[in-house]
Design a protein around this ligand. Structure first.
Ligand SMILES: Nc1nc2c(ncn2[C@@H]2O[C@H](COP(=O)(O)OP(=O)(O)OP(=O)(O)O)[C@@H](O)[C@H]2O)c(=O)[nH]1
Ligand SMILES: [Mg+2]
Length: 500
């Protein structure tokens, strides 16, 4: 019922624009979406729309033109890059004698084709049903108005609509219940992972930016990478080892501009990996002439799905496509004049940093790494930036283990942390070690672990590996600060706040 555009179909594209010349990039992306859905683009027609017509969107002259072009090219379906009301869609289908799909329908179709996980499939079906439900409801009220509510005119059509709505509603509720179950399971799994205390990093970015290619380059895995939009839909998660310890890396679905609202919910689920990350790697196609706009669009979607406040590291990928580009690391600039002077001189320079962003009074240029995921150049810079950003540290020094600490010693060997070792006269050891601070902390918390205490920094707050972590994320009642113990007055509180 849902896969409306199937492989091998030819499509006539209608690109609408209001005044001014049509925007080439908007059309190009629409054509990409059509191809990603499996359709072949037979022809493109431009339609200028000053005042959308309620019944058909386009005027009658344009409609004739579209019909002629559709007949001439033998197009199976007509794709309209504009939101269509249910009535418009139906009327256009009737007038053109072919299926008509708008941008939301097209994206939903791609999602339906790509979803692999149980949760992803449920989410997409739910989004499609909701999309359909608004249509049925609106179509129905429309009919009701036409009849003027006259008694005795209640025909079989209306009964059918009511039946459809009831069935639809039932299916929506069933899907919601199933999704809730799946979500509970996932939350439990994520909690278990949170307890494993590895920092979490998620790859996000515009579709086709190269996230999966970078994921593969960093993990040695083979996530599906392809030159089409939404190649990845379900998140893929792998553990990677960095010099300062392990990190959990997640590949996620790509974004597009103006995400249909029916899909934001589906994105929320596929993006739960991103929302719970400690750091987002925002991957950008550096050779894309529209990349600054794309960065803003991705930020907008991140905000919408509740991941707007997470710390980001920008990855400018595909530098092999920019002449003269070399791998580079630009640290974050955080000042009232960050990036000043760059703007005018580097307007069209693909190697230039993106314009500074404004956050309140502060202007921030985010930390950036320039690399090529395809040929691997610059990956070392990214790894180093990750280590620094996540505060992954190593600790080294000499420790003394008593004879009974054989297990701890074995674990140190397993971690390849032992550099040198001598026996002492009581059957114990003096060991020179070098290991990830996170590992040292874990061992120090275990049996006999106090032997490692001397290696660990005293001031926890300075050296913790999650410097950007917000205290209320992964909120766990057990880790809430205990009231009345060690309570400090909150400097942010006003004097008239009587809650202290
Ligand atoms: N020249 C060049 N091409 C790249 C690079 N990285 C990725 N690509 C290509 O860009 C296309 C998209 O790559 P993917 O890794 O699938 O992109 P993605 O961001 O995961 O895309 P979605 O999953 O659709 O959101 C593929 O054809 C890749 O081969 C790069 O560093 N240089
Ligand atoms: Mg991908």
């Amino acid at each position: 019922m849902f896969e409306r555009s199937r492989k091998g179909e030819t499509a006539l594209l209608i690109q609408t624009h209001a005044g001014g010349p049509p925007e080439a990039d908007v059309l190009e992306e629409f054509a990409d979406l059509a191809r990603s859905a499996g359709a072949t683009v037979a022809a493109v027609l431009h339609a200028r729309i000053d005042k959308p017509k309620a019944a058909l969107l386009i005027g009658s002259g344009k409609l004739e033109e579209v019909k002629a072009a559709a007949d001439a090219t033998g197009a199976d379906l007509v794709l309209v890059n504009h939101t269509l009301s249910p009535v418009q869609e139906r009327n256009l289908e009737k007038a053109l004698g072919r299926r008509v799909v708008d941008r939301t329908g097209l994206i939903l179709d791609i999602f339906a084709q790509r979803a692999r996980s149980h949760e992803g499939k449920l989410q997409v079906e739910l989004a499609q049903l909701r999309h359909m439900a608004t249509r049925l409801v609106r179509g129905w009220t429309h009919l009701e108005r036409q009849r003027g509510g006259a008694i005795g005119l209640r025909g079989p059509g209306e009964t059918q609509l009511e039946t459809d709505r009831r069935l639809l509603q039932k299916r929506v509720e069933q899907l919601q219940r199933r999704l809730e179950k799946v979500e509970v399971q996932h939350t439990q799994m994520r909690r278990a992972r949170v307890r494993s205390e590895l920092p979490r990093v998620a790859l996000v970015g515009y579709t086709n930016a190269g996230k999966s290619t970078l994921f593969n380059a960093l993990t040695g895995a083979e996530a599906y990478a392809d030159d089409r939009l939404f190649a990845t839909l379900d998140p893929t998660v792998r553990r990677i080892a960095l010099p300062g310890g392990g990190v959990v890396l997640a590949d996620t679905v790509g974004f597009v501009r103006d995400l249909p609202h029916e899909l934001v919910a589906a994105f929320r689920s596929t993006l739960s990996e991103a929302r719970e990350a400690d750091l987002l790697l925002h991957v950008i196609d550096a050779a894309d002439p529209l990349r600054d706009e794309r960065i803003r669009q991705v930020d907008a979607v991140l905000n919408e799905v509740g991941a707007g406040d997470l710390p980001q590291l920008l990855v400018f990928n595909k530098i092999d496509r920019i002449e003269g580009a070399v791998p580079r690391h630009d640290p974050a600039l955080r000042s009232a004049t960050a990036g000043e002077g760059d703007d005018a001189s580097t307007e069209h320079d693909p190697l230039a940093a993106p314009p500074v962003e404004h956050h309140g009074l502060e202007e921030i240029a985010r930390e950036r790494v320039w690399l090529s995921a395809r040929d691997g150049s610059g990956l070392d810079l990214l790894r180093a930036a990750l280590v620094a950003r996540l505060g992954l540290r190593r600790v080294a020094g000499t420790i003394h283990l008593p004879a009974r600490a054989g297990r701890l010693r074995a674990r140190l060997y397993a971690l390849e942390a032992v550099r040198a070792e001598t026996h002492d006269e009581h059957g114990g050891w003096t060991i020179e070690v070098d290991l990830a601070q996170a590992d040292a902390e874990k061992l120090a918390a275990g049996p006999g672990g106090d032997a490692l205490d001397a290696l660990l920094p005293r001031d926890d707050s300075d050296d913790h590996w999650r410097p950007d972590r917000q205290p209320d994320r992964h909120a766990d009642p057990e880790s809430e600060p205990q009231p009345d113990q060690d309570r400090h007055p909150d400097p942010g509180r006003g004097p008239d706040d009587g809650t202290l």
